[in-house]
Design a protein around this ligand. Sequence first.
Ligand SMILES: [Zn+2]
Length: 448
Amino acid sequence: MLAAVLAGLAVAAPAPSSVRTLLLPDGAHLEAHAPAPRAPRLRLLPDALQTLPLHGPAPWSTPDRQLDLVVLSEAYTAGEQARFEADARAFVTHLLSLEPWSTFPDLLAVRAVFVPSADAVLDDLEGEDLRRTAFECTYGCGLEGVATSRLVCCDEPTVIEAATRTGEGTDGILVLSADPRFGGSGGATYAVAYTGDDEALRVQAHEVSHTLVQLWDEYELGVAVTPDDLPRSPNCAAADAALPWHRWLAAAVDWTAWHAALDAGDPTACDGRALAPGEVCAFPGCSFPELVRPTADACTMRSLQDRWCPVCQEAIVRRLYRALGEGFVLEVDPDPTRPVVLGDAPTTFTATVPHGDLPLAWSWTLDDLPVGTGSSLTLERGALGGGLLRVEVRDASGFVRSDPGGVAVRQQTWQVEDPGCTGCATGSGGLGHVLLPLLILPLRRRRR
Ligand SMILES: [Zn+2]
């Protein structure tokens, strides 16, 4: 049952999928294996859950065209719905003030669901169960009956049930706790965080990165050995020649020098080169000791701060485009399914994106030679000749350097036929007339 619900949520399990983690302000962290689900307390959920749109969807959008986050209320009493909505809005405002989210507001949709709680604070100990709150979140999870800690876990089946009941397309869940004591945790299925101060906003953003983007912690979990069967992580990689973020490196990592620097006790120099602050390289320790992270300490996945490293930013942007998915379409003219014959009047080709204000760049080629930029291109008979006209529209935000899945690019081609210049108007071709002798001959030759 749980597996089916999880599949419906379309969440991938990052490693370690059963571990929940919390980053502390001093750089230390807490972690625990999520407690085995208790008997679900679904009876606590009201039959009808009211959903409040907090952000998006954009007017052009449909539910399957953006990254969808559900924010649930925990330990807010029946009279505190307005306070919950204000806290949830503060989270959204904070997230959308940070890059790269601020560049892609239209690709994120956030909705809030208020579920009242009888009590306004969480239990202090796992298994204590003195307080009645909507999602039975408790401090001290993983430490049943031993000690109080700031690590918070919730009753996962109830969290998932509440999120799935509010509609399709949920990509992540954030449980906001009214308890003002520092605490929270993040995992593959849901994040939970306290509320009430600026640090809480950072905790929320960090933990949401787990559930929404499947980013990994860039500090080291307390696990000595890296398991063999780890799924791929966007921001933690094995130390070898093929770093997935190699396009962010100023120079290829010299692994011999890298190991020498490490052995000499200077891992911050990466492979012996002096690095600029925040520069991407390969630093030892990323969830597991054998894995490397992209920056020394320029990422909130390592220590609480208001930024992600370039590699995590890239992963976030790719995740947003992946959510847009089939919604990233080009509306083109003229009809590309038939050859386009250039006539007496100039022919204008257009490729527009009917959604959002995305940071895109257009590049047009004719038989692989660059012929233009912008969302339209005009060709004149007898100017450049015919051939295969291609437009490529790709993300130009600067956050994406590697796009193996092709999620941030779309293409369209036309077969263009040019009957030649007989009778065509003079003085209209601009640079094309100058280039004509240079371009036409090689193009014609290639097509034979
Ligand atoms: Zn990072």
